[in-house]
Design a protein around this ligand. Structure first.
Ligand code: PAF
Length: 283
């Protein structure tokens, strides 16, 4: 496969997309922050099944990081990402700089409610405003027919769906299944921060969540089951648990047994924060 075209300005992005539109081609977008891994490659595969052309954006978005977070050390490896993209069949890479996305004087921020409330927002209160703002900009810049997001960031997926519904952004949002290593660890760019010993611990997160979801589906009390999951995570070696919580899968409202649910968790290993989620089938 050949390397995708690379553009770093909105004008060049729009010019290329205009040519494709003139030829009647459909377009899918995969927004990323780079440090591409098998999870991203699978999103691009889904995108290319849905549309004639795929644009992958690579932009480490400063507005979704709090001052105390890892913006400076977030992995940036554009040359490797471009090699990786050459294997995927994606036709266009959009790599804007911060000044292109947020020129001097930029003063707008989108704030999403609904599924953005609680969970991640309890610990990262400005995160989803930053995500919603950059995703809305990317959609307005590229005007894709659809965009693919990983279920690994499940709350983000729900927030982006809400954003498109509320702002009438005509982009179909497709959720793609989480890609995991052989031990169940969800692929994440932040896994690069983990030492070998931490990786061993991290690999237990999904097993503990699956066990807890099975207990919930079998009728276990929600409070006891999630408290037990937190204890199990600490026993496995996690340093701090931000949350383990069951929610309704579509709205992220409190879970009712008669509705499909999602069990979501965030936990710390040293300085690395990991998130994961699994389905909880309805009764
Ligand atoms: O999931 C991510 O990598 C980011 O939050 C996204 C959607 C690319 C927005 O910066």
């Amino acid at each position: 496969m050949s390397r995708p075209l690379i553009v770093d300005s909105v004008a060049a992005l729009r010019a290329q997309i205009r040519d494709w539109r003139r030829d009647g081609l459909s377009l899918a977008m995969v927004p990323t922050m780079g440090a591409l891994h098998d999870g991203h490659v699978s999103l691009i595969g889904v995108a290319l099944e849905k549309a004639d052309r795929c644009v992958v954006s690579i932009f480490v978005n400063p507005t979704q990081f709090a001052p105390s977070e890892d913006l400076d050390k977030y992995p940036r490896q554009l040359a490797r990402d471009l090699d990786r993209l050459a294997e995927t069949g994606a036709q266009l890479t959009f790599t804007p700089g911060v000044a292109e996305m947020y020129p001097a004087g930029f003063a707008t921020r989108i704030s999403v409610g609904g599924p953005a409330a609680g969970l991640e927002s309890d610990f990262r209160p400005t995160f989803f405003d930053g995500v919603a703002t950059v995703v809305a900009k990317l959609f307005l810049q590229a005007s894709p027919d659809c965009a693919v997001f990983g279920e690994k960031d499940y709350q983000q997926l729900c927030v982006v769906r809400q954003l498109c519904r509320d702002l009438d952004l005509p982009v179909e949002i497709i959720g793609a299944p989480t890609v995991r290593d052989a031990h169940g660890l969800a692929m994440s760019s932040r896994n690069a921060y983990l030492s070998e010993a931490e990786l061993e611990v991290a690999r237990q997160l999904n097993a503990i969540l699956r066990r807890t979801a099975a207990a919930l589906a079998a009728g276990a009390d929600e409070g006891s089951a999630t408290a037990e999951a937190s204890r199990a995570l600490v026993k496995a070696g996690f340093d701090k648990i931000d949350y383990v919580a069951a929610r309704e899968s579509l709205t992220l409202a409190p879970w009712r047994r008669t509705r499909d649910g999602r069990l979501l968790a965030a936990a710390w290993l040293g300085k690395t924060r990991l998130i994961d989620n699994v389905e909880v089938p309805s009764a």
